[in-house]
Design a binder for this molecule. Structure first.
Ligand SMILES: [Zn+2]
Length: 476
């Protein structure tokens, strides 16, 4: 009997890892493939699971199918390789290119964290070790094998798969898996993360194709549920964005935007260009302060097959964002520091997105105390992060060991999410050609997954369950 085991993103939104074993439930004799191999992030009791071995030894796993290049889906790959995995990691070419940036960066951060703890002697493990190093992350890239969207790949005599678009980020896909054993054929669909519907007003700034592939069929569906208990605001955020920026510039202030270097920064840059060229905001200098953002723009330009029509038109008209007049991509720390000297209104987009580290820190240390400035959040801020404290309008926040008072204007626009919400998921599921025998919800906090299960059961009459960590389910 083949089975699926949920090794991560069950009961939480991170650590996506789902094992298919075509052998019996004892885990023997089957072909074993992992769908995604993500890092646990966030609370400590989840992060500690990054240090545990997989229930099946890594060297016995035959292949990985990677849906997209977010750390919570791909960030454990270097560790899997370190533990002895030597199979193929199948991913789309843009996903492979993006992993080429973010996995080495993650290895670098792991090393930095270990060094920090060793210096402060804060770790009970002496010396503290990185989960994997920059070099180990680089070494893991050799196992990636490019797969085009729609191309059928035979993994074993029993398993084939193909990718279809999920429209969650550049290169992101859903994995359609066909399992043939015991004289039966079953179709397993793993959504990865699901992007939003194509509507400029509800999902602005799309750089990639919008909306997941319609008309799917599945006997068993494993679906994300990140936004299972929330709905995105439906109003167009661009007028509010334009008025926030214009008002700040008018009073001589600057706009500081914490944003993830990959994807979110690119989208926001396209939106700003649109607002500047349409005259909705004044023509003030824009600084993208992140070396990773430059590499990410280059990858975006390489994969023009993924653009939305709006983005394609903008690039046709204005060329590469890296060469737009008035837009500066800061590469070196010196370039970054020079932005501090600019005292006329500017827009600064910098990472990290949740202000947990990176160059955004020195921009905020300098500009948070001045009421004329605006700090604008365009992404989720997890509780416990500096971004959450600033967004919650605390009086002060600790940066580089000093308390910095928060007197700047604080604003947040919630419409820029890359995850479909329940109405959008229902809209997609209603296009399915059949009703899956069971739908397992993963990649959600318990409340989000539970609420989405109730909605899907009521609205569609489907059999929906919330996947449990390490649970095994038979798939025939
Ligand atoms: Zn994702």
């Amino acid at each position: 009997m083949a089975y699926i085991q949920f090794l991560g993103a069950a009961g939480t939104v991170t650590g996506s890892k789902h094992l298919i074993n075509t052998g019996d439930a004892s885990g023997k004799n089957g072909f074993q493939v992992l769908i995604d191999c993500g890092l646990f992030q966030g609370p400590k009791d989840w992060r500690e699971r990054n240090w545990r071995d997989t229930p099946v030894p890594a060297k016995e796993i035959d292949a990985v199918i990677l849906t997209h290049a977010h750390l919570d889906h791909c960030g454990w790959i270097p560790r899997l390789v370190k533990e002895g995995f030597r199979g193929a990691i199948y991913a789309t070419p843009p996903t492979i290119d993006l992993c080429g940036i973010i996995l080495p960066d993650s290895g670098h951060l792991q090393e930095e964290d270990a060094n920090f703890y060793n210096k402060k002697k804060k770790s009970k493990h002496v010396p503290a070790l990185p989960l994997y190093t920059l070099d180990e992350a680089h070494a893991s890239l050799q196992y990636f094998k490019p797969v085009q969207v729609g191309e059928e790949i035979r993994l074993s005599s029993e398993l084939t798969f193909r990718f279809v678009r999920a429209a969650h980020k550049l290169g992101s896909c859903t994995a359609e898996i066909t399992l043939r054993n015991n004289g039966q054929t079953r179709r397993l669909l793993f959504t990865g993360d699901i992007g939003r519907v194509h509507d400029h007003k509800v999902a602005p700034g799309k750089v990639v194709h919008s909306g997941p592939q319609k008309g799917e069929a599945a006997d068993l569906l494993v679906m994300e549920s990140t936004y299972g208990n929330r709905q995105h605001p439906k109003e167009d955020p661009l007028p509010e964005l334009a008025s926030l920026i214009s008002a700040t510039a008018k009073r001589g202030g600057s706009v500081i935007v914490p944003a993830f270097a990959i994807e979110r920064t690119q989208k926001f840059v396209f939106i700003l260009k649109h607002l500047i060229e349409s005259g909705e905001i004044p023509r003030i200098p824009v600084f993208c302060d992140s070396p990773m953002a430059i590499k990410a723009v280059e990858i975006f330009l390489k994969h023009d097959e993924e653009y939305s029509e709006e983005t394609r038109n903008m690039i046709r008209r204005y060329g590469s964002p890296l060469e737009w007049p008035g837009f500066t991509f800061a590469l070196t720390p010196e370039d970054s520091k020079k932005i501090n000297d600019v005292r006329t209104p500017v827009i600064i987009i910098s990472s990290s997105g949740m202000v947990t580290g990176g160059r955004i820190l020195h921009h905020l240390a300098q500009r948070l105390p001045e009421p004329k400035n605006l700090i604008l959040f365009i992404g989720f801020q997890a509780p416990g992060t500096r971004g959450f404290a600033i967004k919650s309008k605390s009086d002060e926040v600790k940066i580089f060991g000093d308390f910095v008072s928060i007197r700047a204007q604080i604003a947040a626009l919630e419409q820029f999410s890359d995850h479909a919400d329940p109405p959008e998921l229902l809209q997609w599921l209603r296009t399915f050609r059949n009703r899956p025998a069971t739908t397992y919800l993963v990649h959600g906090e318990p409340d989000a997954s539970g609420k989405l299960r109730d909605v899907l059961t009521q609205e569609l009459g489907w059999n929906v369950e919330v996947a449990q960590y390490l649970e095994k389910v038979e798939v025939g």
